[in-house]
Design a protein around this ligand. Structure first.
Ligand SMILES: Nc1ncnc2c1ncn2[C@@H]1O[C@H](COP(=O)(O)OP(=O)(O)O)[C@@H](O)[C@H]1O
Ligand SMILES: [Mg+2]
Length: 345
């Protein structure tokens, strides 16, 4: 069974003839086997045991976007059902109508359908993006899940498990996925770069990882867009594609603040502003950069983040002016200013 899906994957990934259109890389490199999914090792191990033993419980997989939830459910269903996948899986996602009527008709109809499966295997209903289902539709599922549980199991994938109503949660095993770490994203990106023979520099890959914040889908999409737009993946090109301020520039600004050089900090801020970045883009990059600057002492880091946090809040409340950012930069510069170093004119 697994041998089959791995050849299927090869057929898809390393196609011999070049298609006229290019498949999005996120799809082209979507893992087909549980083994190929990166990160969340303990949870994936549990899924592998389920895939081996059969008798899948109802499951809810929750976590932020782009970390392999949908992929895991699909891999699990494929591993459990192999050839019977087509017949024995009903897959509904956010783009399908999933109101009460669908639950009453389609899902119930599928649950009643007779499919011959090996012992210990059940039909699977995959409800992707389940948090966008209405509470009414979820309520309507309760009874169906119970009545047909000997032949049909449910797998929900969602961003927030608390959007799934309690009665469904209590019928399911809840698996929480955490965001992928930078080395995990790095490894996968490098594999794709190799397979696609992407021209890249180290700072380009670092930029992809920085801007994706643990979201593999975003990292891969940005990689492909950068290749499509520029042909070469370096830091500058990536930040043009993701349209956010270059962290090196922001870091230089923070450094000026740290050294109490307010004029140079303000100048750098104005340069960023003139490039057309919005206040939210600038302040959120400031936050992320400050978090990772190593030369900053723990104490200054905390005071910096506090100031940046307050400004972020004000900007989100609607005051997104250059003056607001300048105020923040001024306050940051003041933190480490030592008056005794300034000789009065
Ligand atoms: N853990 C992962 N390992 C390998 N690729 C991943 C992983 N998570 C996401 N991806 C890539 O991102 C794409 C989207 O993943 P998906 O499982 O649909 O995310 P979501 O968690 O939002 O459901 C996949 O097609 C795959 O290319
Ligand atoms: Mg998904």
């Amino acid at each position: 069974m697994s041998g089959e899906s791995s050849t299927a994957r090869k057929g898809k990934g390393g196609g011999t003839s070049v298609p006229a259109y290019e498949l999005p890389w996120v799809e082209k490199y979507r893992p087909a086997l549980l083994d190929d999914i990166v990160g969340n090792n303990e949870t994936i191990e549990r899924l592998k045991i389920i895939a081996k033993d059969g008798n899948m419980p109802h499951v809810i997989i929750s976590g932020m976007p782009g970390i392999g939830k949908t992929t895991s459910v699909l891999c699990l269903a494929r591993a459990l059902l192999g050839d019977a996948y087509k017949e024995a899986v009903l897959e509904l996602n956010a783009s399908d109508e999933r109101g009460i009527d669908v639950v009453r008709n389609r899902i119930k109809g599928f649950a009643q359908k007779k499919v011959t499966l090996p012992a210990g295997r059940q039909k699977i209903v995959i409800l992707d993006e389940a948090d966008s289902m209405t509470a009414g539709a979820q309520q309507a599922l309760r009874r169906t899940m119970e009545i047909y549980s000997s032949t049909t199991r449910f797998a929900f994938a969602c961003n927030q498990s608390n959007k799934i109503i309690e009665p469904l949660q209590s019928r399911c095993a809840i698996l929480r996925y955490s965001r992928l770490t930078d080395p995990q994203v790095l490894k996968r990106l490098m594999e794709i770069c190799e397979a696609e023979k992407v021209d890249h520099s180290d700072d380009g890959i670092a930029a992809l990882i920085f801007s994706a914040e643990g979201d593999m889908r975003q990292a891969i999409n940005n990689l492909q867009s950068t290749v499509a737009g520029f042909g070469f993946v370096n830091g500058d090109n990536v930040f043009k594609v993701v349209d956010s301020p270059h962290p090196i520039a922001v870091q230089a600004m923070i450094k000026s603040c740290y050294e109490g050089k307010i004029d140079s900090a303000l100048e750098k801020l104005e340069e960023l502003w003139d490039k057309g970045y919005s206040a939210v883009d600038i302040i959120s990059t400031m936050f992320r950069v400050t978090k990772t600057i190593e030369s900053l002492s723990e104490h200054s880091k905390l005071s910096f983040i506090k100031e940046i946090g307050f400004t972020h809040m004000r900007i989100l409340e609607g005051v997104s002016t250059l003056l607001q950012l300048k105020g923040c930069v001024a306050r940051l510069s003041k933190i480490n200013m030592r008056p005794e170093l300034f000789v009065p004119k």
